[in-house]
Design a binder for this molecule. Structure first.
Ligand code: HAM
Length: 418
């Protein structure tokens, strides 16, 4: 039996009709982000494995079990599971922080595929795509709030109204040492009843117990001490200011004291925006502040704030647009051999005038060509046969109304460009 190849589990093809929705999302992203001064960065799809283990953290699920890592020659490389660490690497490598030192934060955005070996389900894939934005060199709380406001605006622009902003502060490194001690002493008597993963997390990095998906554990953890009650004065003031700015923008939010996010580099503000329509994987996007990351990667002390949104989840949540846009303006219908010959050059001339043209690749019966015109989503069928060529006038049929008029080539261009 012949082998039938299929896209691998957790990956999928995006076909032209669906791709139109992706293009709409990408166009809106570029338009909105450029209004906020963000420039695009494109980093490689693979990086050194160490870049991710050092930044995302060795006790996170991503690094422990989800990375696509391979050894090529004597190099260990990993398909990027996220792009914040690569962006931080690029900032150091290209000394973008020099500009930052003069007081200009660097605002970067990216759109592209990421890879995590997770169990696929609705809204969760192994190759998925993110839209992300990172602000480097801005310690101010306004950078947090303005970036959140930007993505809030993007969601509105693509018609996603069903959204909830969840906000927390995970404090500063100093805060976390004190909190870790409080959490560990609370955990000790509860651990025997908790899952094996939590037992391991309690030793390696207690904060990660909040990643636990086991319901009984989650119920227990509701009674755990809260990070928010352990913030330093500075971290608490930063958080208050972020909230004040969000209030000023009129963006509603809920405080979620158990929101810690699945990556280790965060300090202070963390946030997610969820949507009820998504089901279990309900996070449209998430992010936060990572003031220590650039330094940890060997760069100067450059603070950072950013987020990433899952494009599959955005596309799933976006309302249906207007009827799928017509993909061709004109479909040429060739009548007989001379018509077919003439249609080859005519298609080229019309395309040069900016029209989108579907044209026959061989002589075909009229019926088959009309079906092709329909399939191409063409607005007009234009008939090219011997008598049309002799007159220089072609039948131009509006496929929606069925109305037909005679037009010369210039007339076809002006009518179809309207
Ligand atoms: P993250 O929460 O790991 O954060 O991912 C951000 C978003 O990517 C999620 O909210 C979700 O929409 C989407 N996503 C993650 N994993 C999958 C998957 N397996 N399938 C489909 N969608 C997925 C980060 O990646 C951070 N780098 C965000 C950030 C940027 N923080 C600061 N700057």
């Amino acid at each position: 039996m012949a082998v039938r190849y299929r896209a691998l589990r957790g990956t999928r093809d995006i076909l032209p009709d669906e791709a139109l929705r992706w293009q709409r999302l990408e166009a809106a992203t570029r338009a909105v982000f450029s209004r906020y001064g963000f420039g695009e960065i494109r980093t490689p799809v693979f990086e050194s494995t160490e870049l991710f283990t050092r930044s995302v953290g060795t006790s996170t699920d991503i690094v422990r079990k989800e990375m696509y890592t391979l050894t090529v020659g004597d190099e260990s490389i990993t398909l990027r599971p996220e792009a914040t660490a690569p962006v931080a690497r690029a900032v150091v490598e290209h000394a973008l922080h020099r500009g930052i030192a003069q007081g200009y934060p660097e605002r970067l955005f990216y759109i592209g595929p990421m890879f995590r070996h997770e169990r696929p389900q609705k809204g969760r894939q192994r190759q998925f795509h993110q839209i992300g934005a990172e602000v480097l060199g801005a310690p101010e709380a306004l950078a947090d709030a303005e970036t959140i406001e930007m993505v809030w605006t993007l969601l509105a622009e693509v018609g996603i109204e069903d959204r909830e902003l969840r906000l927390n502060s995970v404090g500063d490194e100093g805060t976390r040492t004190a909190y870790r001690a409080a959490l560990t002493s609370w955990l000790t008597p509860h651990l025997p009843a908790m899952c094996d993963d939590c037992k391991r997390r309690a030793v390696e990095n207690p904060l990660r117990v909040f990643d636990c998906k086991v319901e009984a554990d989650q119920r227990l953890l509701a009674g755990a001490p809260k990070l928010l009650d352990h913030l330093t004065g500075e971290a608490a003031a930063h958080f208050d200011e972020v909230r004040r700015h969000l209030d000023g923008y009129g963006i509603p939010y809920v405080i979620d004291p158990r929101l810690v996010r699945g990556l280790d580099y965060y300090v202070r503000t963390v946030f997610e925006i969820t949507s009820t329509g998504l089901g279990a994987q309900n996070a449209l996007l998430g992010g936060g502040r990572y003031d220590g990351l650039v330094g940890a990667l060997g760069g100067p002390a450059v603070p950072g704030f950013g987020f990433a949104a899952g494009m599959e989840r955005l596309v799933m949540t976006m309302p249906e647009g207007q009827a799928a846009e017509a993909r061709a303006d004109v479909s040429l219908v060739a009548l007989g051999a001379p018509g077919f010959q003439a249609s080859i050059a005519m298609a080229r001339r019309l395309r040069a005038q900016g029209l989108s043209v579907a044209s026959p690749l061989s002589e075909r019966p009229l019926g088959a060509q009309m079906k092709r015109a329909e399939k191409a989503g063409a607005r007009y069928a234009v008939f090219v046969g011997e008598s049309e060529l002799a007159r220089g006038l072609y039948g131009m049929k509006d496929l929606a109304t069925g109305e037909q008029v005679d037009r010369d080539e210039a007339g076809i261009v002006s009518e179809a460009s309207r």
